[in-house]
Design a protein around this ligand. Sequence first.
Ligand SMILES: Cc1ncc(COP(=O)(O)O)c(C=O)c1O
Length: 403
Amino acid sequence: MDRSAQPRTPVYLDHHATTPLDPRVLAAMMPYLTGKFGNAASRSHKFGWEAEQAVEESRRQIASLIGASPREIIFTSGATESDNLAIKGVAEAYAGKGDHLIVCAIEHKAVLDVCRRLEQRGARVTRLPVGRDGLVDPGAVEAAIEERTVLVSIMYANNEVGTLQPVAEIGRICRERGVLFHSDAAQAVGKVPVNVDADQIDLLSISAHKMYGPKGVGALYVREREPRVRLMGQMDGGGHERGMRSGTLNVPGIVGLGEACAICGREMDEESARLRRLRDRLRAKLEAELDEVSVNGGMEHRLPHNLNMSFACVEAESLMMGMSGVAVSSGSACTSAVMEPSYVLKAMGVADDAAHSSIRFSLGRFNTEEEVDYAAERTIEAVKKLRELSPMYEMTREGTWFK
Ligand SMILES: Cc1ncc(COP(=O)(O)O)c(C=O)c1O
């Protein structure tokens, strides 16, 4: 692996947004972008057979990473589609049983917006709060389950603060109460051990581009036994993927996802320890040089490569401009020309000004120690410079700033 001493700028620390394609994944995909171009549904010639074989190998690789059986893997275009298929598919298939869903407030929009759509169609949705640590209380899940609850959907790992939800406990509760459990694991699979049996998960969303695979491909795990999950397909057509997702399979993408899973499975232990060291080094450097900083979300149950920090009296947008040479993202989003604080941080009880001053650092496979040091230095420089211009900062330090 090429981890040269000199930082390559800009240093990419935005791996929750997307990850670079691992060259080993590209190498596995190449034959299927060139000579082996067959349609996996073609049953009458070698081109189809070799494509089908490659797809089945990928199914095995994915299943093996999450403790599933290959038949339980349905290919999709990514986690957004997997979330749509899981939630809408279950809501439709189980409409006779009930009309109630449970999610948490910090789910990705691919879950929250699907719920809003289902509400317009008459469903009822409970959105559970999270604590300051970014975690859902499993007891609150249990208390929210009703007679007519058909699905609980709680993400495995959050994409802003990296917190890992108590999925095994939630899975146990759902199984006991006879309610299906879906988890959006786009940020978790390949980064931390995920086992659908140990966690008693019935549906699980996966995305290739979050794990050094290609964009536009993902998978949905759908439990086949105890219980057998029924799902109403959302795409009508040729009946691919056992009728759950019609459409010609993206063979090169699927091969890439499989290879990405195999690599993550082999390297996860070592890589997560390395990333945790780098992440803690970044945090230590920032905290050593800067006062009035705080980490958003608990550190205990957290992805090893995530650091979300607020820098008091500094606007994240200005900070990112000052940190040229480092690619990160902020805890604000631009909606209709105004900056809105992140709904995730808000749900965790982070004040608006702290959310507006938050930066999400997410480290990845090709980051080096030198790159992390470079990022820390650029951040420290930029924060100090902006604070020099800030009367609020002086008042905060002197304790004369009252909100
Ligand atoms: C938690 C989570 N769910 C879903 C998605 C959407 O994934 P995709 O880009 O594969 O549609 C993302 C990506 O931002 C994510 O972080």
